[in-house]
Design a protein around this ligand. Structure first.
Ligand SMILES: *[C@@H]1O[C@H](CO)[C@@H](O)[C@H](O)[C@H]1NC(C)=O
Length: 255
């Protein structure tokens, strides 16, 4: 079973523009079994069994500072809606967020490519070529999460596409995400035909297969799980090819 947190963010805190190039972007796969496998030691300990809900693992033991939200943009090139985000970040306390962008290799965010200084020099230097719909998307997201994890103050990790816009102001979103000790993911059973490939078995079992958006919000421990994963991602790397829907591997929260 997977868990989505206390409920959807009212109204959705991002608006999904119906642009064709975004619509079919993404899926989330929740693999509870993997999570159990991956965190076998944790799960063996009764105290950490419900870490997703207790908050015991949310903040790093050595974390002592101002918790930040890491905004992780996975974009093709520039950020067409940078002016909206620029406004959004201008009203935010500079110490309560960080921005990371994965854009095409070599693309630079500066005065000539962005209308908001918030984005200047925020792109990853180790970005890769992303084929929309292939496992390279997952890899790019792992790079974003990995970069953001280097800053211990980053405690929430929000993955965003270049079509996402904020629907609420910064303080509202900050309070909302910080108040929750859960990750927000989309996960449902796709009853209309599965994209499950039997070749994924036994690593990914059919009854653990779920669909969902990859634009998610993770707490730190879950971001770490995604970055550390060496079991599920290789399966996607092998089997997730063009014309398949992109699936995002997210090791789900144990209920
Ligand atoms: C942010 O939005 C919330 C809810 O819409 C509102 O109550 C609050 O006054 C706003 N804060 C600022 C600083 O604008």
């Amino acid at each position: 079973m997977t868990r989505k947190g206390p409920g959807p963010i009212p109204g959705g805190y991002v608006l999904w523009f119906g642009w064709k190039f975004v619509i079919v972007l993404s899926m989330v796969l929740c693999v509870v079994a993997l999570f159990q496998l991956h965190f076998h030691d944790d799960i063996a300990s009764p105290n950490s069994l419900s870490f997703a809900g207790t908050g015991s693992r949310i903040f790093e033991d050595n974390f002592d500072g101002n918790p930040k939200i890491a905004f992780l943009f996975l974009v093709r090139q520039d950020l067409p809606l940078d002016f909206l985000w620029g406004n959004f970040f201008e009203n935010a306390d500079i110490g309560s967020f960080s921005i990371y962008i994965h854009s095409e290799p070599g693309f630079v965010f500066d005065e000539s490519t962005s209308r908001s200084h918030s984005f200047y020099d925020r792109q990853l230097t180790n970005s890769i070529e992303v084929a929309w719909g292939e496992s390279s998307m997952i890899e790019a997201e792992r790079l974003l999460l990995g970069a953001a994890l280097k800053d211990p103050e980053n405690q929430r990790f929000v993955l965003l596409s270049d079509s996402c816009v904020p629907l609420y102001n910064f303080s509202y979103i900050y309070k909302y995400l910080m108040a929750s000790q859960r990750s927000f993911v989309d996960s449902f059973l796709n009853v209309k035909g599965s994209r499950y490939s039997p070749k994924m078995s036994p690593v990914i079992q059919k009854d653990k297969w779920r669909k969902g958006s990859q634009w998610i919000s993770l707490v730190r421990s879950h971001a770490q799980v995604v970055v550390d994963d060496e079991i599920v991602f290789p399966v996607f790397k092998k089997l997730c090819k063009v014309h398949d829907q992109p699936f995002y591997v997210f090791s789900s929260i144990k209920s």
